[in-house]
Design a protein around this ligand. Structure first.
Ligand SMILES: Nc1ncnc2c1ncn2[C@@H]1O[C@H](COP(=O)(O)OP(=O)(O)OP(=O)(O)O)[C@@H](O)[C@H]1O
Ligand SMILES: [Mg+2]
Length: 285
């Protein structure tokens, strides 16, 4: 079955179920950061000739990687290929030894620390959900709201109608409108993952980095996660690192294959599967 056919079958099925709503445009997610970024080339992120070595081992090796505004990119590659390290570089956790890393063409991420990078509009979801188990879904989202960093001020302050609507909207986007008043601790593993994505959305990121989102999920949860991530694209730019190839195939538009810290291949899923270098490395052909 060709890739477009797989995609259209999957999205028809999802739309029929109507688990997540695609119809409402997420109008309030227009961060100010976007206005300061030079995205005139339609490129949101540039990594050029980036190198990182750990004790002499080159984890990232002359990496060149570009993300278009609003795309959903899947990043695949064997264990140790450098996927997480690449995300660490983008989010400021790891400093490259050399190279250029800019958000838009003008914001030098290598000059910013981790929290400045987050505030510039780059959100990252780690594999393990870190929701507040004793708080409700609503409260978890409320605490993550952009612009108000004080936990206690946040709890005491009265929410505006707009803020209320935003929380309700995010709850709907992540498929948890019915759980909004329930404590996060009673959510399933998959639902906690969606809540964490929702918490990132409250911060209005331009770029969302998601490392192995479907690990440990049921098949049904995986399907919903795919729908959620594809719905985010367009309004956000999303990078998904994932080993589950069935999942990647179900959501993929453009795929980048990392190998030994460099891009081995890039293209749609069919291109990747037919790529000689990929076949040689993965299938030993
Ligand atoms: N802080 C570190 N110190 C030393 N070596 C590291 C460090 N971080 C990563 N590495 C090494 O760099 C290489 C790339 O690791 P990375 O975690 O980026 O791979 P990955 O593609 O995310 O793999 P996986 O699919 O297993 O998550 C690996 O060989 C890893 O052992
Ligand atoms: Mg990793």
């Amino acid at each position: 079955m060709s890739l477009p056919l797989i995609k259209s079958v999957a999205s028809n099925r999802m739309q029929k179920k109507g688990v997540f709503r695609r119809d409402r445009v997420f109008d309030f997610l227009v961060p100010e950061a976007a206005e300061r970024l030079d995205i005139s080339q339609q490129v949101l992120l540039y990594l050029e000739d980036v190198n990182v070595a750990f004790d002499g081992f080159k984890a990232i090796n002359n990496l060149n990687f570009y993300l278009d505004v609003g795309e959903l990119r899947c990043l695949i590659g064997a264990n140790g290929a450098g996927k997480t390290t690449m995300m660490d570089i983008i989010t400021g956790k790891t400093r490259p030894d050399s190279g250029v890393v800019t958000f838009g063409r003008n914001v030098d991420l290598l000059e910013l620390n981790e929290s400045q990078i987050a505030r510039a509009g780059i959100g990252r979801k780690f594999q393990k959900p870190t929701v507040f188990e004793n708080l409700t879904v609503f409260e978890n989202l409320e605490l993550s709201m952009a612009g108000d960093k004080s936990f206690f001020r946040n709890l005491r302050a009265k929410l505006s109608t707009e803020q209320h609507d935003k929380i309700a909207h995010v709850a709907e986007m992540i498929g948890l409108p019915e759980q909004i008043a329930g404590v996060a601790g009673s959510l399933s593993h998959g639902q906690k993952q969606w809540l964490e994505i929702g918490m990132l959305l409250m911060q209005e990121p331009l770029l969302l980095l998601v490392d192995e989102p479907v690990a440990g999920m049921t098949h049904q949860e995986m399907e919903k996660t795919g729908e959620l991530l594809t719905n985010l694209a367009g309004k956000h730019t999303v990078v998904v690192v994932e080993h589950d190839m069935e999942f990647v195939r179900s959501i993929a538009n453009r795929v980048t294959v990392l190998h030994q810290g460099s891009v081995l291949a890039e293209g749609n899923m069919d291109d990747i599967q037919q790529n000689d270098d990929v076949r040689r490395v993965y299938l030993g052909e």
